[in-house]
Design a protein around this ligand. Structure first.
Ligand code: NDP
Length: 387
């Protein structure tokens, strides 16, 4: 914080100055410099406290210009204090060119998937944001880290546990930061739930239930096995992750069952998955995810002395949070709505600027990948599986 002195600290000194320069006498002509005096002195703070100016916005390269990048991530930079878009990576140069013009990014900062590694020489880029199909996350994260850049990667971190481990290893070897885009960890209502659960505001948590469902039209990367699509990794992961931040533990055993059905969209990936997870301390989670229903995005945590519910909980906007305490009073919590993407990008930029750890590191993505792997194993075996 810095402090400056206002030019006038009393009405008298203001009036004296006005008289000295002859303000108020029609006959007097003022010089340009004298005319600067404008606002009344009583509105001027004697000691004006100013926030520390933002020193530098980090430059972000956006990799994969699909729906999420175009509709949510790029517009979110308008809300960012510490992040700005400085490069684009795309397989479609025309599209990338138009987007670059729109966001004031020079055409020389457009790359494709072959010359991607040249980002190493682009001094405008500090962070690479991977917004590609899930099957490409590991390769482009590792190449990005090896190019000497910090990497922020969309969820799910990768298609399998092995890839997640390789990504973490690359981050350790290069000394560059790796963050996973779990945007709800930067969203005030989900953060409030995390805090209330940690403080045991609802007694001992016993049950968690969650639904994350939507209708996915073909063609879509989510319907491709080769691109590591499927409802568990795409939307089921929100319930898996929320269960962790509400329950505060890892599941020991899981069971899942899935339907493909006759719809041609679901030849390669299931349309719906229902799954349960068992945690130490008699805690059970029951969850569902689907690509063939209307939108349903909610969770409820039930404890021995109350419950908390978010509906919707996982959407980009319009989230609602309710809780019931031991006296059975239902409370609707009112908290600011923020842009989730600006919030997560700015936090990661600050991690880089201040050299601190992100709260959504690769290790979190790996934990979720292990649970998803156990759930997939259970779908195949028809039995409960250990994590
Ligand atoms: P899209 O299919 O809309 O976009 C993916 C982009 O990846 C394409 O536009 C393309 O960009 C690029 N790409 C490169 N190779 C391929 C390929 N073989 N097939 C298809 N696309 C390819 O997907 P989304 O934007 O919806 O999702 C991208 C990622 O973001 C996924 O990992 C998804 O899980 C995640 N996501 C996260 C959300 C969140 O809330 N955090 C919400 C939605 C998605 P180009 O044409 O520029 O080459």
């Amino acid at each position: 914080m810095s402090t400056i002195n206002a030019p006038f600290n009393s009405r008298r000194s203001f009036l004296q100055t006005m008289a000295a320069v002859g303000v108020g006498t029609a006959a007097t002509r003022l010089t340009a410099q004298e005319k600067i005096i404008l606002a009344p002195p009583e509105e001027q703070a004697v000691d004006l406290t100013l926030p520390e100016p933002v020193k530098r916005k980090l430059g972000w390269a956006i990799v994969g210009l699909g729906k999420l990048a175009i509709e949510e991530i790029l517009p979110a930079f308008a809300e960012s204090k510490y992040s700005k878009p400085t490069a684009l990576v795309s397989g479609h140069p025309d599209k990338a060119g138009k987007i670059a013009d729109y966001y004031g990014i020079g055409q020389e900062h457009i790359y494709n998937y072959d010359n991607y590694d040249k980002l190493a020489n682009d001094e405008t880029v500090d962070v690479i944001y991977i917004v590609l199909p899930n099957s490409m996350h590991a390769e482009f994260t590792i190449r990005g880290l090896k190019a000497g850049k910090h990497v922020f990667c969309e969820k799910p971190m990768a298609g399998n546990v092995d890839e997640c481990e390789q990504m973490i290893k690359a981050s350790q070897e290069t000394g560059k930061k790796l963050g996973i885009a779990y945007r709800l960890h930067y969203e005030p209502m989900n953060m409030k739930v995390m805090q209330l659960c940690k403080e045991k505001a609802f007694g001992d948590i016993k049950l968690f239930s969650s639904s994350n469902c939507q209708d996915v039209k073909a063609p879509n990367i989510r319907l491709s096995k080769e691109l590591d699509g499927g409802p568990l990794g795409d939307i089921g992961i929100y319930s898996i992750n929320a269960a962790r931040y509400c329950i505060g533990q890892e599941p020991t055993e899981v069971f899942a069952t899935a339907y493909h059905g006759d719809d041609v969209r679901f030849r390669e990936v299931p349309q719906s998955v229902a799954y349960t997870m068992k945690y130490p301390g008699d805690v059970l989670a029951s969850c569902e995810c689907s690509f063939s229903t209307t939108e349903s995005r909610r969770f409820r945590v039930v404890g021995t002395e109350g419950f908390v519910e978010m509906d919707p909980s996982f959407s980009y906007r319009g989230l609602k949070l309710f809780s019931q305490n031991a006296e059975k009073q239902l409370i609707q919590h009112s908290l600011p709505q923020v842009d989730h993407f600006a919030s997560e990008m700015d936090d990661f930029s600050q991690c880089v600027l201040q050299n601190r750890e992100t709260k959504t590191p690769g290790e979190m993505g790996l934990l979720d990948a292990k649970i998803i792997a156990a759930l997939q194993k259970s779908i195949e075996s028809g039995r409960a599986e250990t994590v």
